[in-house]
Ligand binder design. Sequence first.
Ligand code: ZN
Length: 484
Amino acid sequence: MQRFHNTLSGKVEEFVPIEAGKVRMYTCGPTVYDYPHIGNWRAYVFEDLLKRFLLYSGFGVTHVMNITDVDDKTIKGANAKGVGLDEYTRPFIEAFASERDRLNILPADHYPRATAFIPEMVGLIKILLEKGIAYRKDGSIYFAIAKFPAYGRLSKISLEDLRPGNRGDADEYEKESVHDFALWKAPKEGEPVWETEIGPGRPGWHIECSAMSLKYLGRTFDIHCGGVDNIFPHHENEIAQSEAAHGVKFVHTWLHCHHLIVDGEKMAKSKGNFFRLSDVLARGFDAGEIRFLLLSTHYRKVLNFTDEALQQARTSRNRIRNFLFELRHVERDLPPNPAAARAIGEARTAFVAGLEDDLNISEALAALFELVRSVNILVARGALGREDAGRVIGFVKELDDSIMGCLTGEVRARPEIEERPDVHGETPVLDARLSALIEARQKARADRNFRLADEIRGELLAAGIVLEDTKDGVRWKRVGPAKP
Ligand SMILES: [Zn+2]
């Protein structure tokens, strides 16, 4: 049974979909006024983990993510550049899609664009006008939050200080200035205008998600996600619009991902710590390492994005990749070892149990590393045959293909053998004992004594040395601390 933290109740709850076996899920997508930054990707990777785990658990998932291509920020950007909205937003939409693929995020089933959903938004606003929940003022249409008593339930804001008639036109605002918000904005110099049944103008930001989710997922659906920044006002307003219009519960479970900070500080262009995916790639980290880092901090914790954290992600991920690499070189034929099957079974149970507990990724990864540890012991003892090694590889690959999405992908190309000087500026050297072991293994292989060769490989592995057999001979690299 999956349990997720529901922002609405403030509790971890058992997840029961509305329709057995099916999950309808909406995640707020990019506002395409700029390239996505690494903080955006953190939220999208978290949503990907959630979705992949639901799929792995046997649910069918319908996933919708909106593209906000008209709002205060996109209009401002397009005007500053002197181009139309479409021309202005296109490169950002393209960058979003290609970076999403780079991070191995499963695409949503639908990516509705706000500019293509004007009639649906107008339809919803019409209902709110007819019900007397929305009102007109100076050519704009506002949502009267006083008419929706449940307002504030998601974000737990207090409405005590709310002054009647207090309203605002900005798409984004702070909790302190809670007010009636714009559903439809009156025509303004320099802004795009749509001629509609409710009059000329353009939509506010919040109404699009209510209109799009209605179209694809219905009045009530299972899961809505976003970053904690979305809770107020955006998601609060979505609930107000949808529930006031339809009189039924909008979303059962709300999941929100916490902030990503850089070197302990909030990311900001002015601070020079504002990173796109391409910036991090340019620093020599690959997309799999970045995905591993974004995944490996629990979604309800602040993620501190630092060079050390990236290095650590690289090390952890390489431990698994080297492990797989090693397993591919197990050559001996042995009967199945029950210890290997047991290790796989325990890892699977613990991995799934971790994710079932509100996506506790630390528990899930610990299960994977425990598998690495226990199987390495079998390898070191010469107690793992080729078939068992294949089963372990298959299991890790299954978890990776379905959930992790960053462990095995590039392993086929073989992890890089580090022959360059190590971090201390010295070419790594092996002590005489390990060098002699490598030579002894070469001789064993030449003699076709694979049992002995495997044993020696295991011994080297236990000492943190991974071997690679190439056409030019054997190469080695250190994957763990040098042991005395
Ligand atoms: Zn939204």
